[in-house]
Design a protein around this ligand. Structure first.
Ligand code: 9D3
Length: 232
């Protein structure tokens, strides 16, 4: 997995922790960071410039980024699926994560600008991804979100128990409420059914809770769930 960025130092702590770190140690993935600025060709090491036609902010320019992409891609003969993090992109979700997890090789491009020269999109034909409708300061955190979600889907990245839990989200319902010790805390108790030892009753209660929560909190997910159940 290649990551092209102006802030490679942001990625170390995330990729060096928890599941992304374990996946690399197991050889399921390797991370290659490229500093885009290393490929600047002018005296000022420019990676951006003012927009033609005027307007606010700066635009990431073509020459530096194309050089960086080509240099990174040369390091490995496998063709890379290019991913550009941009507010204009397709909304990233678990289905996109699964699509990306199935690719041989990914190359992520994180910018830190108002925009990209459109010829970057035309010339590199990346998949454009947004992680949601809110404004970040750059694409770096979005790239880390994508990496984390994708890496945990690589076969062997998780323990068996975790893998099953992720599938229940992919199934389309929110999780049921969870409780652990103590049985009583500041006047708040645990639902009796969870202490009953009646596994069928517990499963039924949990399923009911998942449905209630999804209906109330995520009508969009609920609609998708209902439509899918109809088809099956
Ligand atoms: C004035 C219009 N702004 C778009 C809402 C400009 C702008 C602000 C911030 C353009 C880019 C950015 C930096 N954001 C990203 O690069 C980004 C992002 C995001 O802000 N939200 C969700 N997903 C993503 S992916 C990359």
């Amino acid at each position: 997995m290649d990551i092209l960025t102006l802030f490679p130092e942001m990625f170390g702590p995330v990729l060096g922790t928890s599941i992304p770190k374990r996946a690399a140690e197991k050889g399921l993935v390797s991370y290659h960071l490229t500093q885009i600025r290393d490929f600047a060709t002018d005296a000022h090491l420019s990676v951006d410039d003012r927009p033609f036609g005027g307007g606010p902010g700066m635009v990431m320019m073509c020459p530096t980024l194309f050089e960086a992409v080509e240099a990174a891609e040369k390091q490995d003969p496998r063709p890379a699926t290019r991913v550009l993090l941009t507010p204009q992109g397709r909304l990233f979700d678990q289905d996109v994560a699964a699509e990306l997890a199935a690719k041989d090789r990914l190359l992520l491009i994180a910018g830190h600008y108002e925009g990209f020269d459109e010829r970057i999109i035309d010339g590199l034909s990346p998949m454009e991804l947004s992680i949601g409708d809110y404004v970040l300061s750059g694409g770096e955190l979005a790239a880390m979100v994508v990496i984390d979600a994708v890496v945990r889907l690589l076969p062997g990245a998780l323990g068996a128990e975790h893998g099953a839990a992720d599938e229940s989200f992919a199934e389309g319902l929110l999780e049921y409420p969870q409780y652990t010790r103590p049985r009583e805390f500041r006047g708040m108790s645990v639902p009796d059914v969870l202490l009953s030892g009646n596994h069928a009753a517990i499963a039924a209660w949990r399923q009911q809770q998942r449905e209630i929560r999804t209906k109330q909190r995520r009508p969009d997910l609920w609609q998708r769930y209902v439509d899918r159940q109809k088809k099956l």
